[in-house]
Write a protein of this length. Structure first.
Length: 302
């Protein structure tokens, strides 16, 4: 019976048909498999092209931004340097002639001491035209000169001046200087409080009288504020320095009993004062202390 099945025409026809279908399927599969692979290859290539193009554009953009940033940074540095130079020039021109000459005097004095090997370069700092800001920046104080030494810190208010100074005057000098009482009354000054008056000749017919007490008090306050801001162990010494114009004739009558502020007139007195205190004073600070104080002050004056 089984033999009859295999020899049955119907079975043979069905088997032949199935074989044909299988062959066609294989042909179709092989053909379309190649097409699918071609599509996959094309897709892979397109994807790689897109990725490469994107990466190339990203790299070009990165390099372009890097170059642009570098150029902007260079321009910023150049502009900042230029502005800083202009600001320095402006600051130099804003310093009056008296302050400039006092600054030169102090620097020359320090160079002399270093050259003579009486001090080291690091034993003295001379800072000029610096500012001491307040917490809310509404009461910023200007310091004409600040001398940092191992024997102390000295705050100098410098005035360019020609004429005659009466310092520490009270009613006790009225008998000795008869016209003084009239000036006190004219200016409304307290006769019991020490006063400082500067007589300066304007021209052949005029003499001006300048009242200087407020500046002295402000200098003492600034010295105290500086000590508090820097948290110093020792007082900052306030000095009022009158720098004579053209080394012209000048006199000073000093009746003051106030030892909290020093009043000096002329380069000789200034140099004599620092010669005495720099070399005969007791050390208060180390070289490291002076470096730290100078750095702190410079950080307040960017």
């Amino acid at each position: 019976m089984s033999t009859e099945i295999f020899t049955n025409p119907f079975f043979i026809a069905v088997s032949a048909l199935l074989l044909i279908i299988l062959i066609l399927f294989l042909i179709y599969y092989v053909k379309h498999r190649n097409e699918v692979k071609q599509v996959e290859d094309r897709y892979t290539k397109e994807r790689n092209d897109i990725v490469n193009k994107y990466e190339k554009e990203e790299e070009e953009a990165r390099l372009s931004h890097k170059k642009e940033f570098s150029e902007l940074n260079e321009r910023y540095v150049n502009d900042t340097t230029l502005l800083n130079n202009k600001l320095s020039s402006v600051q130099q021109f804003t310093v009056d002639q008296g302050e400039y000459l006092t600054d030169l005097l102090l620097l020359n004095f320090k160079n002399k001491l270093v050259t003579e090997e009486r001090i080291r370069e690091s034993d003295m700092y001379i800072l000029s035209n610096i500012y001491l800001p307040s917490r809310n920046y509404t009461n910023t104080r200007k310091i004409d000169h600040l001398v940092l030494t191992r024997t102390g810190l000295y705050l100098i208010d410098s005035k360019y001046w020609r004429g005659h100074i009466l310092h520490g005057m009270t009613e006790g000098q009225f008998d000795e200087i008869p016209y003084l009482e009239g000036i006190f009354q004219l200016l409304g000054l307290d006769e019991k409080q020490e006063q400082t008056l500067i007589f300066e000749k304007d021209d052949d017919k005029k003499v001006s009288v300048n009242y200087y007490n407020e500046t002295i008090e402000e200098t003492k306050i600034t010295a105290e504020k500086l000590r508090n801001v820097l948290k110093l162990q020792f007082d900052v010494v306030p000095i009022i320095y009158f720098n004579p114009k053209d080394n012209g004739g000048h006199t000073i009558m000093n009746y003051s009993t106030d030892s909290s502020v020093k009043v000096l007139v002329g380069p000789e007195q200034l140099e004599e004062y620092f010669n005495k205190h720099v070399f005969q004073g007791r050390f208060q600070y180390t070289v490291k202390d002076l470096d730290e104080i100078a750095d702190r002050l410079l950080s307040l004056n960017p």
